[in-house]
Design a protein around this ligand. Structure first.
Ligand code: FES
Length: 516
């Protein structure tokens, strides 16, 4: 396979993987702020997580005159917001026919309204604060490639229109992939997610919010109406606690209602000028998504897909399959970027936003965005801000984490997620048959049996072996090596660790233990 030809040498915005996403290069500075430990005060809200959900929530609350502090384990945008393909849609991975059939017509209308409200809010925010984040309005095409998909497309068209979405039949799909039928969603969008996120963060800081980066919250407790959270350097007290971390830490209901997935994206240049001026999506499972982005006056075609459950399947194969797929339709001049990113599929298709079930008072969470993180992350912020401010929010009941689900899709989800329960047990007894570290190729990792112990062993480019205890501290599953992002990924709830065992992605709050 062709080597990735990264035109940028500096990763000025680090993220949770070894591959460089197209958004990382280039300085995207935050406003100056005194990054001192928080003074001994009780904040109104501590937001854990500095992605789109956390920073938008923090900004909205700060603008409501709440005293807000954000604690981000790494740097702002380190997680999925730095790895998204940043499509802005008013239609979602849970289609309107699915929402209508599982939750009812009103719910479909509500979700459509929510999508439109979020799009308006993002547009308004970018205009008001003059955020230079490449925000553009685009047409989006959803197209079928066979009769079965065409039938589904008809249903999507009808239900989307019924829900109040502007969508119509069209004779094109905006890209080079042949199709049977296509529908056009108007007024969709795209942006540069890190520029946008830094714009949000800057406004948050300017409004008086406190942003603490490199502040991994490792424990929290609750007493007399006050949450106390600790990182290595700080103790933070707050009346409300928001986990904007995908899955909240600890073992909770969300571990069994959300499944972690990885999606793969290529950023390529073309030998011709056939860059699409739109967003486009096929209907395969998993689906492919297309768009163009200009960085430093250079156009890139972004194509994503080949999603699979985190810690399962072969990431290298996913990139290879994706590249072969793109080459079928486009004349690629160079593959400049390839990266993968994590998202969570909710059991019944809709995100979970609100109070963390069975927890102490005033703990909030938002997760299960599927592939629609930019919209649902922003929607979460609106809902959580209202809940914390004691206001009604018309979407909160539908999306409550404790909702009674009409779970039409839950059987499939449980089947898909059944390996969680299996792995809790089986991982402790099976190991790959690699006899010794010598068999481990350079630059790779695997689980080995060594003197009766399971180890997560990695051999670096110099041939030096390092080994970690492979048992994930979250709930005891055994991690798998991700050779493309050079990380140890947990197949149960998507916890991820770097080569030294440090947490990249929650829910684990402790590192993998270093053995060698
Ligand atoms: Fe839950 Fe690893 S993330 S066991």
């Amino acid at each position: 396979m062709e080597q990735t030809n990264n035109t940028f040498s500096q990763k000025t915005n680090p993220r949770d993987g070894d591959n460089t996403s197209i958004w990382q290069p280039g300085p995207v500075d935050l406003a100056e702020q005194d990054r001192q430990p928080p003074v001994e005060q009780v904040y109104d809200v501590l937001v854990v997580g500095g992605g789109i959900t956390g920073i938008t929530t923090a900004l909205l609350l700060q603008q409501q005159n709440k005293k807000v502090v954000v604690a981000e384990a790494h740097l702002v945008g380190f997680g999925t917001t730095g790895g998204t393909s940043a499509h802005l849609n008013t239609f979602f991975d849970a289609t309107y026919p699915e929402i209508e059939s599982d939750f009812g017509e009103n719910a479909a209308k509500l979700i459509a309204d929510a999508g439109k409200e979020v799009m308006n809010w993002i547009n308004g925010f970018v205009n008001k604060y003059q955020i230079n984040c490449d925000l553009e309005t685009k047409n989006a095409y959803l197209f079928s490639e066979n009769e079965k998909e065409s039938k589904q497309l008809d249903e999507i068209l009808e239900s989307s229109q019924k829900a109040g979405i502007a969508v119509e039949k069209t004779s094109k799909n905006g890209i080079e992939v042949p199709f049977k039928q296509s529908i056009l969603f108007k007024d969709q969008g795209q942006f540069h997610p890190l520029k946008y996120l830094k714009g949000l963060a800057n406004e948050f800081i300017k409004a008086g919010g406190v942003l603490l980066e490199n502040s991994f919250i490792t424990e929290n407790s609750y007493e007399d109406g006050i949450h106390t959270a600790k990182s290595a350097a700080f103790t933070i007290k707050a009346k409300n606690l928001v986990f904007a971390t995908h899955l909240p830490p600890g073992i909770n209901l969300m571990d069994f209602t959300c499944a972690p997935y990885r999606s793969y994206v290529l950023g390529v240049t073309l030998a011709d000028e056939k860059y699409p001026d739109c967003l486009a999506y096929d209907m395969q499972e998993p689906y492919h998504y297309f768009r163009t982005h200009v960085i430093d006056r250079k156009k890139y075609l972004l194509v994503g897909g080949e999603d699979h459950k985190t810690g399962h399947d072969e990431p290298e194969k996913a990139f290879e399959t994706l590249e072969n797929y793109v080459r079928k339709y486009y004349n690629i001049s160079s593959v400049d970027f390839k990266w993968s990113s994590q998202y969570y599929i909710p059991a019944d298709g809709l995100p979970y936003i609100g109070h963390l079930p069975s927890s102490d008072e005033n703990i909030y969470m938002a997760t299960g965005y599927n592939g629609n993180g930019m919209i649902f992350g922003t929607l979460s912020a609106m809902i959580l801000c209202d809940l914390i401010c004691g206001k009604n929010n018309r979407y909160s009941e539908l999306l409550s984490p404790t909702r009674i689900k009409p779970v039409a899709g839950f059987g499939d989800f449980v089947k898909e997620n059944s390996d969680v329960a299996y792995r809790f047990i089986a991982d402790r007894f099976s190991a790959e048959k690699i006899k010794s570290f010598e068999e481990l190729p350079i630059g790779t990792g695997t689980i080995v049996n060594f003197e009766g112990e399971k180890l997560a062993a990695y051999k670096d480019e110099a041939g030096k072996i390092s080994a970690l205890n492979p048992v994930c501290p979250h709930a005891g599953c055994v991690v798998n090596f991700n050779p493309t992002e050079k990380s140890w990924d947990c197949p149960c709830h998507g916890g991820r660790f770097d080569l030294d065992g440090h947490v990249l992605t929650g829910p684990p709050r402790a590192d993998l233990q270093k053995v060698i």
